[in-house]
Design a protein around this ligand. Structure first.
Ligand SMILES: [Zn+2]
Ligand SMILES: [Zn+2]
Length: 241
């Protein structure tokens, strides 16, 4: 191997490593260093279906180690199969995601996508991956204000890393006001007919969103997909509240 080949290899290797997007200090191939990863990755006990935290009074039941769904999911099962999340929506991830969206700190999309990719690989184990990844779209007005759709960035990363086709069938036709502080009923009302399908989808898909809170947005999108030939909808997100 020539001197220049060696030099190119060293250069390529250092390019693959970037500063940790959280502490900005250590360099890592996935854009987040080990100490920051151990700070953001733990999920605690979570619902097997919606990934919400299951509190300790619920875990004190007879079979604490058995995978289980929360009371809400048991009582009223969601239309999607389950939520897989990289992490919880709490400090420092909440701050990181607002930096991503409002200050164009796109490196957070990259590092948190890596964390989500790890979680997806673990969660599916030997189960088949979805046939396509579909980003939750922004309304064209919001997209032109922001310049990018963070969920689309995450979807592209995952499609690439996991070799799953990226499908942009879903469009947002209703500009929904901010959902923060609204009741579940009001959220659902705002989201009614918010999405449209522009082309067919395969049988099994994953909807990709940045943050899932009550799940009303992904439920509305999932419902539309299920009414149009999709048989299973999984939900992947960077953070679940
Ligand atoms: Zn770090
Ligand atoms: Zn649940």
């Amino acid at each position: 191997m020539s001197f220049f080949d060696n030099l190119r290899r060293v250069a390529e290797k250092s390019l693959a490593y970037s500063h940790c997007s959280f502490c900005g200090l250590a360099r890592s191939e996935i854009g987040i260093c080990d100490p920051c990863l151990s700070a953001v990755e733990p999920m605690g006990r979570s619902c097997n279906t919606c990934a919400s935290p299951i509190n300790s009074s619920q875990t004190a039941q007879s079979q604490p180690d058995v995978d289980s769904s929360c009371g809400q999911c048991l009582k009223n099962p969601p239309v999607f199969q389950r939520v897989i999340t990289a992490t919880r929506y709490k400090f420092p991830v909440d701050k990181a995601l607002s930096e991503l969206k409002f200050n164009k700190q796109l490196h957070f999309a990259r590092s948190l996508s890596h964390v989500l990719e790890r979680r997806v690989r673990l969660s599916y184990d030997n189960a088949p991956y979805p046939d396509a990844l579909v980003a939750i779209p922004l309304h064209p007005k919001r997209l032109s204000e922001r310049g990018f759709n963070q969920s689309e960035l995450v979807t592209k990363h995952l499609a690439n890393a996991l070799s799953i086709p990226h499908n942009n069938a879903l469009a947002r036709v209703k500009d929904t006001p901010h959902q923060i502080g609204l009741s579940e009923k009001q959220r659902r009302k705002n989201l009614n007919n918010a999405f449209r399908l522009q082309k067919p989808l395969p049988r099994h898909i994953a909807l990709v969103d940045d943050v899932v809170t009550t799940g009303s947005t992904v439920s509305e999108a999932a419902k539309l997909c299920l009414q149009n030939g999709v048989k299973q909808v999984d939900v992947w997100c960077l953070a679940k509240t």
